[in-house]
Write a protein that binds this ligand. Structure first.
Ligand code: NAD
Ligand code: WQD
Length: 337
């Protein structure tokens, strides 16, 4: 297949592009590089030994996007492009709603115009909100978002549900990612946060490399075995492979939702200790107060993707810790030379 990947220079998009190329698909990446770097494209090509068609464009630029759809006759779209920082979304709600919702709507309009009706959305476990108990499964009701970023994912899912109801010839897959960490085993591509990381694993790797002093553990009074928050960490390469498995659903019209998680919950301290063991590096930490909006426990019931897509995560927490560190240690400044 020939696939248009929006946000394909980003963390998850770049790993997905590598897997798609390895599987013989053709890839067209559209990314404005607002949260990524041109260097990523060179590395995707180096890893895969294949050429990638790349357009540095904002998906909100409808004229530019129309030209791309006219030139590149694609079979489907995998839509990663979005802003994703929870805290920033509270500061800049208009920017988040515009990029993450208007961006999707404009993209879908163009797809319809060019009769491209196969679509995969990057959704998130955040749509389950605070109310649903783990293990989270796809038949549970959508929860209440705790921040604008979370709402943008809920609105994206809702608008796709409504679109499919009105136009049932579309083929739509909503993929709810749990907590992606890790990096490609080559150490060439990985997560490259701007400034101080918001997420746990990049914070840990920056402590490991000496850029940050210690991890701040957000709360040890949750109702969990060690009191720290529990999450379903998933290797980004497993996540990438989940997209390939989801292409299966492109054979027929429909709208399907899948969790992409391992089904295993690990606490903040589990992750820190697993990182120490996998890489033989001490990670200093201190316990701080809870972070607003955090749930105590969030992990997937991944059985639907297993049954319907024959997809299961293959990598364990040790693999994730090892690969995150390989990426960080080989690229102390990310993609900047
Ligand atoms: P990322 O920021 O690394 O990648 C997103 C890419 O989209 C970036 O390269 C950015 O430059 C690009 N982009 C953003 N707005 C754009 C626009 N208007 N036009 C063109 N390009 C644009 O993020 P990621 O971690 O790879 O996340 C990918 C998707 O997965 C996002 O939709 C995110 O919300 C979703 N998601 C991520 C996580 C996570 O923890 N990383 C979890 C659940 C869902
Ligand atoms: C994991 C655990 C923290 C940082 C976020 C988004 C979610 C999704 C994935 C996009 C929690 C604790 C963290 C730190 C810590 N993104 N922590 N010290 O919050 O589960 O999910 O990314 O869709 O929407 O909310 O991930 O990595 O930030 O936190 O103690 O410095 O680590 O409290 O228990 P989270 P995270």
């Amino acid at each position: 297949m020939k696939l248009l990947i929006t946000g394909g220079a980003g963390y998850i998009g770049s790993h997905t592009a590598v897997e798609l190329l390895a599987d013989g698909h053709d890839v067209v990446i559209v990314d404005d590089l607002s949260n990524s770097s041109r260097e990523v494209l060179r590395r995707i090509e180096a890893i895969s030994g294949r050429k990638v068609t790349f357009y540095q464009r904002n998906i909100l630029d409808t004229d530019a996007m129309r030209d791309i759809f006219a030139k590149e006759v694609v079979d489907g779209v995998i839509h990663f492009a979005a802003f994703k920082a929870v805290g920033e979304s509270v500061e800049k709600p208009l920017e988040y709603y515009h990029n993450n919702i208007t961006g999707t709507i404009q993209l879908l309009h163009l797809m319809r115009q060019f009769d491209v009706k196969r679509f995969i959305l990057s959704s998130s476990a955040t749509v389950y909100g605070m109310e649903n108990p783990s293990p989270l499964n796809e038949s549970m009701p959508i929860g209440q978002a705790t921040n604008p970023y979370g709402y943008t994912k809920i609105v994206n899912e809702q608008l796709l549900q409504d679109l499919y109801r009105a136009e049932p010839d579309w083929s739509i897959v909503l993929l709810r990612y749990f907590n992606p960490i890790g990096a490609h085993e080559s150490g060439q591509i990985g997560e490259n946060p701007n400034g101080v990381p918001n997420n746990l694993m990049p914070y840990v790797t920056q402590v490991a490399i000496g850029k940050l002093e210690q991890v701040h553990v957000y709360g040890d009074d949750y109702p969990t075995p060690d009191g720290t928050g529990v999450r379903d960490y998933i290797h980004v390469v497993d996540l990438a492979k989940g997209h390939m498995a989801a292409l299966r659903d492109f054979d027929k019209a429909g709208l399907t939702t899948y969790n992409l998680g391992t089904g295993e919950g690990y606490s903040v301290l589990d992750l820190i200790h697993a990182f120490e063991k996998a890489n033989d590096i001490k990670i200093p930490y201190q316990i701080d107060g809870r972070r607003a909006g955090d749930v105590a426990v969030c992990y997937a019931d991944p059985s639907k993707a297993q049954e319907e897509l024959a997809w299961t995560a293959q990598y364990d927490l040790e693999d994730m810790c090892r690969d995150s560190w390989r990426w960080q240690s080989q690229n102390p400044n990310g993609y900047e030379a």
